[in-house]
Design a protein around this ligand. Structure first.
Ligand code: GDP
Ligand code: MN
Ligand code: MN
Length: 252
C-alpha cells in the first residue's frame, strides 16, 4: 500500500461567507477520489458560527459548573446552550449535541479564533457542510473527491488528543472485514474499522494545533470513495452504549 498526504498551502484566515471549496481548488490540483480533510475550525468560521460570549445571559447552573471546573461562567453557559443533554458536569462538561455526537465542551473552541470574547461553535450539521464542499469542489474541478471535516478530540481512557471525523461526504464511514481471511485462513469478524477517524487522525498530525495555518490536508492513493454515508454511522446506538448509561447513573 502507498498513500501520499500533503497540506494545502497559503489558505488565508477564513471569514464568514468564504467559499472553502474555491479556496482549496485555487491552491491545489485535485484528482478523482482524493480525500480532502478540513478542520472544523475553518468550516465553522466560513459558516459564521462565531459567537460573542459577553452577550449570554448566565444561569445559576452555569455559574456553579464554572466554579467547580474553574472555567468562565460565560463559557460554561455557551456549552450548556449547545448541549441537548449533559452527560458529565465536572471536572469538565461533556454534552450531547443536536446532531447526536457527544463531546467535551460541546466542541467549542477559543483557540485560532479572532477576538478574546469570541468562541467558535462546531458546524451545525457537519455532514451537510462536507457535502456542500464536496459538491462545490466537483463544480469547480470536475473531480469526485471525498471530504472529511475534523476536530481535535480528547479520548476516554487515554491521554492524548487526536483528530476525529465530525462530518463526512463521499467516503465509506467504516471498513467491513467480515468474510475476508487472516494470514492463517481464519475468517475475520472485524466489522467496523473506523477509517474516517484513522484518516482524520493522520491529517490532524499534519495540520497541527497552533499557528501552522494549514487547515486542509489531501490524502491521495486510497480507494475509499462512496456516495452515501454520514457521520451518524459512527455514533453508537444509545441502547448499546454502556459508558453513556454509566455516566447517567452517576449523575442520577
Ligand atoms: P480544530 O482542530 O478544527 O479545532 O482546529 P485547530 O484550531 O486545531 O486548527 C487546525 C489548523 O488550522 C492549524 O494549522 C491552524 O493554524 C489552522 N487554522 C485555524 N484557523 C485558520 C484559518 O482561518 N486560516 C488558516 N489558513 N488556517 C487556520
Ligand atoms: Mn476544535
Ligand atoms: Mn486541532
Amino acid at each position: 500500500m502507498k498513500a501520499t498526504a500533503f497540506t494545502v498551502e497559503k489558505i488565508p484566515l477564513i471569514k464568514p461567507g468564504d467559499n472553502i471549496g474555491q479556496l482549496i481548488s485555487e491552491r491545489t490540483e485535485l484528482k478523482d477520489h482524493d480525500i480532502v480533510i478540513i478542520s472544523s475550525t475553518v468550516v465553522s468560521k466560513s459558516e459564521n458560527n462565531i459567537r460573542s460570549i459577553r452577550d449570554l445571559p448566565i444561569t445559576e447552573k452555569a455559574k456553579n459548573i464554572a466554579l467547580r471546573n474553574n472555567i468562565e461562567p460565560e463559557f460554561a453557559q455557551a456549552v450548556l446552550n449547545e448541549g441537548i443533554e449533559v452527560l458529565l458536569e465536572s471536572p469538565f462538561l461533556l454534552v450531547r449535541l443536536k446532531n447526536g455526537s457527544i463531546c467535551v465542551n460541546a466542541g467549542i473552541d477559543h483557540s485560532n479564533v479572532e477576538g478574546s470574547d469570541n468562541i467558535l461553535l462546531l458546524p451545525e450539521d457537519a455532514d451537510e457542510s462536507a457535502r456542500k464542499i464536496k459538491d462545490s469542489l466537483f463544480e469547480l474541478t470536475g473531480k469526485k473527491v471525498s471530504v472529511i471535516i475534523t476536530d481535535t478530540n480528547g479520548r476516554a481512557f487515554r491521554i492524548g488528543q487526536t483528530g476525529a471525523a465530525v462530518g463526512i461526504a463521499g467516503i465509506i464511514a467504516m471498513r467491513d472485514w467480515r468474510g475476508t481471511r487472516d494470514l492463517f485462513g481464519r475468517v475475520l469478524e472485524v466489522k467496523n474499522e473506523g477509517v474516517v477517524d484513522e484518516l482524520a487522525g493522520f491529517a490532524n498530525l499534519l495540520m497541527g494545533e497552533g499557528d501552522g495555518g494549514t487547515p486542509v490536508v489531501v490524502i491521495r492513493g486510497l480507494e475509499m470513495y462512496h456516495e452515501s454515508y454520514g457521520i451518524r454511522e459512527l455514533l453508537r446506538p444509545e441502547n448499546e452504549d454502556v459508558i453513556r448509561k454509566a455516566l447517567r447513573s452517576l449523575s442520577a
